[in-house]
Every structure is written in structure tokens, then in C-alpha cells.
Design a protein around this ligand. Structure first.
Ligand SMILES: Cc1ncc(COP(=O)(O)O)c(C=O)c1O
Length: 420
């Protein structure tokens, strides 16, 4: 039978936008989705780590509906609205930056990263930026330049800004220690970068697209010290680690290190497009009038949704559920690793868990084909997952933090049965 969805997609959208599912999604509820053929899946992709509060969280839906009774858009810089100010106030209070904080809202993770770097360069009046191999920061030009994973994100799109240099990110399973990674920064300072002309270091607390590799408190604290020593700003890209993904509300709390600026997106608005740059007020306030802005940036509908997300975190013990999930998943997946030759590593903060698939435990050779086979089996058995990592061999779990425990058990059972 001709697959009508695939036909419609290939005729109308670029081939780079391949689809994993074979049918259109028609309905979602918390951690479950249904396709046009009525097949049900547990959604551990969650719109790529966006649906931390699940599909159609009732508090998000209610806030959005209420907002739509009044108005749907006003460019904040022209006609300010209360939702954006309330949300900024909440984020300023909640994010662990150690001094007065201000928030500027944009549309996407990439736009937030672009703006964080723009603000850092303006404030420091310095040029160069350090980011990390394996890091992912988005698909606009500067964000691509910061990204340290070439294929498929940068291939054929260069050249990229010369002022961005990549250091090593620690990766214990592949023998890159924290000290190796820190030494690579010192090496950059010796050979290609003047620390006195370096504006910022942009880092993920745990690599997302780069393979679900967590950075230690020691590594991030040392980065903080290097930054302080050279008057460089530390920017945490928490687009993927924010909103409970690492077990605490923000990754900065999990690792106990505070940045100067941070980017948030993905889970911030429960499935509506929104992103934010937060930073120390003294940094954010240096920008001249209209030097930063965005037409849709603080959409009243997305901000309403984001207030619904915070209300859910405040009232529904979502972080408690995340911690229960992470205990269950870690213990189950680590047992599975002990029994299974293909599972080389299980790692990550909180429920942000990556399972690295290899040919065998001795060689540790990345096994992308096996990872894809497991993912296809999972999909056929009703569990949606995707890979990440330099070699596409890490399976990552990005389910809602609101997933009921019975669905976590079901997902783990499907995963076990799909590794054959
Ligand atoms: C850490 C990180 N930064 C930035 C981005 C880019 O976000 P967006 O796709 O919303 O532009 C992503 C997206 O996956 C991400 O994981």
C-alpha cells in the first residue's frame, strides 16, 4: 500500500526533513501519542526533549485558552503584556545566578544562544568565544559555528566564524578526562586564543545532541575559575538540560556551579515556541536601546503556556517523579548493561539518560547500526526513541517528567524486549 504520509512529505518538504514515524501523529496525552492508524506509542522523544510536562498538560492548556480569549500577539517592545513580565520575574527568582537577574525572551534555542553571545561580546568588548567539541547550539550561523559536531550539522555550510574555537569536552567512557579537557583550553590560550580577547565560554552541562555526556562539578567549577581569572563570561546552554531534565529544575543546581548568562528553551513552554536568555542584570542592562529584540520573542500565548509549566512544577511534584524515574531507569538500564554485550555505557544526570551502543565491551567500537535496529524494534513495539552522539550510537531517553510510573515500567520492558 502506498504510504500517503510519506508521499505527501516527499512532494512538499525538503528531503533533509526525514521522518521517523510512518504515519501522522494525530493525538497526544502526557507520555502517549497515537498515529493516524490508531497505533499508540510511549513518547520518549517528546518533541526532542521539549515535552517535560507531557503532551497537553491541563495547566498549560488552560492558560493558553485563557490568553486566547484576550489577544494572541503583541510585540513586547511595542505593547508589553503581563505574562512576559510575570514569567521573567519567576525565572529571575528561580534560576541560580548569584546576583540580580534579568530575562530577555526569544523564539528558539538557537536565537537564545546567538543573543547570549551577542550580549557577552557587547558587555566585555572582547571578540573570541570558546565552545566544545561535541556540543550542539542550534542551526543559525553563529550557533552552527559554536556547534562542535560536524556531521550532519555543519557539513557543507561553512565557512564559520574564525573567532569561535573548540575545546575538548570531557568524555570518561572514551578516555577524555576532566583534566584533558581543561588542558585543551589552556592549549588554546597558548596557541590560538588570547584570553584577554575572549568574551565567553559556552557550554552544556550535559551534552545533548553530542551523546548525553554529563560534565562533572569539578570540570564546570574549574571552567568557572578560568573564566573568573580572565574576565570571561560563563554561558550555560541549558536549552536541553533545563526544566527538570537533570533532576533539579535547572542543570546549574545539579552541578552546583553558577553561570553569568544562561539560555533556556525546549521545555520552557510545554510545547509552545519560546526561549530565553537570562543573565546578571549588570550585564543584561548594558545593551543600548533596541540593541536586542524579537518580533515574536515573548509571545503572550507561549508565555501563558510557560506560566502553566511553572505552576505544574510548583504543584505536582514533577521533580519528585523525575527522581523516581531516574532511579528506576538507571537501575534497570545498568542491570541490562551488565547482561548485554552491546551496551557499553549508561550515563547522565537525572532522567536525562544515554545508553551507548557498541560492538562489544572490549573494543567499545561505536555501533550505529545496532542502535538504529534497537530504535526501529522499539518503534514497532510502541516506544519512540532517537539516537545522539558523534557516531549516532547513543540512545537517549527524553520522555516527559510527568510520565506515570506504570508507563516508565512499560517503556523499559519494551526497550529490553527490543534488544535482540
Ligand atoms: C543544547 C542546545 N542548544 C541549542 C539548541 C537549539 O535549539 P532550537 O532547535 O530551539 O533552535 C538545542 C536543540 O536541540 C540544544 O539541544
Amino acid at each position: 500500500m502506498v504510504n500517503l504520509m510519506n508521499n505527501a512529505i516527499t512532494q512538499n518538504v525538503p528531503s533533509a526533513w526525514y521522518s521517523t514515524l510512518e504515519n501522522f501523529i494525530v493525538k497526544g496525552k502526557n507520555a502517549e501519542i497515537w498515529d493516524s492508524e490508531g497505533k499508540r506509542y510511549l513518547d520518549y522523544v517528546g518533541g526532542y526533549a521539549v515535552l517535560n510536562t507531557g503532551h497537553l498538560h491541563p495547566r498549560v492548556v488552560e492558560k493558553v485558552k485563557n490568553q486566547l480569549n484576550d489577544f494572541s500577539h503583541s510585540c513586547f517592545a511595542f505593547a508589553p503584556h503581563e505574562n512576559a513580565v510575570k514569567l521573567s520575574e519567576e525565572l529571575n527568582k528561580r534560576y541560580p545566578i548569584t546576583s540580580d537577574t534579568k530575562t530577555f525572551m526569544v523564539n528558539s534555542g538557537a536565537e537564545a544562544v546567538e543573543n547570549a553571545v551577542k550580549i557577552a561580546r557587547y558587555y566585555t568588548n572582547k571578540k573570541s568565544i570558546i565552545s566544545f567539541k561535541g556540543g550542539f547550539h542550534g542551526r543559525t550561523y553563529l550557533a552552527m559555528g559554536l556547534t562542535g559536531k560536524d556531521k550532519p550539522y555543519k557539513e557543507g555550510f561553512g565557512p564559520f566564524p574564525e573567532f569561535v574555537k573548540h575545546a575538548l569536552y570531557p568524555y570518561l567512557y572514551r578516555d577524555i578526562s576532566d583534566d584533558d579537557a581543561l588542558a585543551s583550553i589552556k592549549d588554546l590560550f597558548k596557541k590560538t586564543l588570547n584570553p584577554d580577547d575572549t568574551a565567553a565560554v559556552v557550554v552544556e552541562i550535559q551534552l545533548g545532541e553530542g551523546g548525553y555526556i554529563p560534565a562533572s562539578n569539578y570540570f564546570l567549577k574549574s571552567l568557572r575559575e578560568i573564566c573568573d581569572y580572565h574576565n570571561i563570561l560563563l554561558i550555560f546552554d541549558e536549552v536541553q538540560t533545563g526544566y527538570g531534565r537533570t533532576g533539579e529544575m535547572f542543570g546549574a543546581e545539579t552541578v552546583g556551579v553558577n553561570p553569568d548568562l544562561v539560555t533556556l528553551a525546549k521545555g520552557i513552554a510545554g510545547g509552545f515556541p519560546l526561549a530565553a536568555v537570562l543573565g546578571k542584570a549588570e550585564i543584561m542592562d548594558t545593551i543600548h536601546d533596541a540593541g536586542i529584540g524579537s518580533t515574536f520573542g515573548a509571545s503572550p500565548v507561549s508565555c501563558a503556556a510557560a506560566l502553566g509549566v511553572l505552576e505544574a512544577f510548583d504543584n505536582e511534584n514533577i521533580l519528585g517523579n523525575a527522581s523516581k524515574q531516574s532511579e528506576m531507569m538507571n537501575s534497570f538500564l545498568k542491570n541490562l548493561m551488565n547482561e548485554n554485550e552491546f551496551i557499553g555505557d549508561v550515563r547522565g544526570y537525572g532522567p536525562m539518560i544515554g545508553v551507548e551502543i557498541v560492538e562489544n565491551k572490549d573494543s567499545k567500537t561505536p555501533n550505529k547500526e545496532k542502535a538504529q535496529e534497537i530504535i526501529n524494534n522499539c518503534r514497532d513495539n510502541g516506544l519512540l526513541l532517537v539516537t545522539c552522539g558523534e557516531n549516532g550510537n547513543v540512545i537517549r531517553f527524553m520522555g516527559p517528567l510527568t510520565t506515570p510510573i506504570k508507563h516508565v515500567e512499560e517503556a523499559l520492558g519494551i526497550f529490553e524486549n527490543s534488544i535482540i
